[in-house]
Design a protein around this ligand. Structure first.
Ligand code: HEM
Ligand code: HEM
Length: 182
C-alpha cells in the first residue's frame, strides 16, 4: 500500500491525515459548542482541558499535513482543470487557513484569561496574548466566527464530494481507497 501520493492517487499518509483531522474537527466543533454554553466550574473544567488539548493537536496535525503536502504533492483533480476544481482548491486553502486560525484564536483567548493553557493536563503551553478582558472577548469572538465559517465550509465540501461521487467520477472513493478503482 503506497504511503506517498502519486499524480493520480492519494497515498495512505494523506488519507489518514484527512480522515483523522476530519473526525477530530467534528468532535471539536461539538465539544466547543458544548463548553461555550456551560458555566465553567470544577466539575466540567476537564472538558475545557480536553478541548484545548485536542485543538492544539489539530494545529500540530495541520502543520504536519502542510509539510507532507510539500514532500508529497496531492494528485491532479479528477477530470482536469475547470471552475469547480478552482472552487474546490479555494475551499481546501480556506480549510488550511481556518484550521490554523481557529486553534490560534482559541489559544490567544485562553491566554488572555490569565489561566495556564495545558496540553494533556501535563505541559504548560506558553501564552500567546496578554492577559486582558478586552483581548479575551476579542479572541473568543473571532474563534466563534471562524468556527461558524468552518461549519459552513464542511457542509459545502462534504456535499460537493457526495455530489461528484454520485455523478460517478470516484472523487470520494479516491479519498477513501486511494484510487478511483482497482
Ligand atoms: C480545530 C480546533 C478548534 C475548534 C474546531 C474549536 C471549536 C470551538 C467552538 C465551536 C467553540 C464554541 C464557540 C462559541 O459558540 O462561542 C469553541 C469555544 C472555545 N474554544 Fe475552541 N476550538 C478549537 C481549538 C481551540 C484551542 C486550541 C483552544 C485553546 C487552547 C480553544 C479554546 C476554546 C475555549 C476556551 C472556548 C470557550 C469560549 C467561551 O467560553 O466563549 N479552542 N471552540
Ligand atoms: C470535517 C472536516 C474536513 C476537512 C477539514 C477536510 C479537508 C480537506 C482538504 C484540505 C482536502 C484537500 C486535500 C488535502 O489537502 O489533503 C480534502 C479533500 C477531500 N475531502 Fe475533505 N475535509 C473534511 C471532511 C470531509 C468529508 C466529511 C468528506 C466526505 C463526505 C470529505 C471528502 C473529501 C474528498 C473526496 C476529498 C478529495 C477531493 C479531490 O480529490 O480533489 N472531506 N478535504
Amino acid at each position: 500500500m503506497a504511503l506517498r501520493n502519486t499524480p493520480d492517487s492519494f497515498g495512505l499518509v494523506t488519507r489518514l491525515l484527512h480522515w483523522t483531522t476530519a473526525l477530530l474537527v467534528i468532535v471539536m466543533l461539538s465539544l466547543g459548542l458544548r463548553i461555550a454554553d456551560m458555566e465553567p466550574g470544577l466539575a466540567n473544567l476537564w472538558l475545557y482541558g480536553l478541548h484545548k488539548t485536542l485543538g492544539l493537536t489539530v494545529l500540530g496535525l495541520i502543520l504536519v499535513r502542510i509539510g507532507w503536502h510539500i514532500a508529497s504533492p496531492v494528485p491532479r483533480p479528477i477530470g482536469g482543470p475547470g471552475w469547480d476544481h478552482l472552487a474546490a482548491r479555494a475551499g481546501h486553502i480556506a480549510f488550511y487557513l481556518l484550521l490554523i486560525g481557529i486553534p490560534l484564536s482559541g489559544w490567544a483567548g485562553s491566554s488572555a484569561t490569565g489561566i495556564d493553557v495545558m496540553f494533556a493536563d501535563r505541559w504548560v503551553v506558553p501564552p500567546i496574548a496578554a492577559v486582558s478582558e478586552a483581548g479575551e472577548a476579542f479572541w473568543f469572538r473571532l474563534h466563534d466566527i471562524q468556527t461558524k465559517l468552518l461549519i459552513g465550509l464542511i457542509i459545502v465540501h462534504g456535499l460537493a464530494a457526495l455530489k461528484r461521487e454520485t455523478a460517478g467520477d470516484g472523487t470520494l472513493t479516491r479519498m477513501i481507497r486511494g484510487r478511483t478503482k482497482d
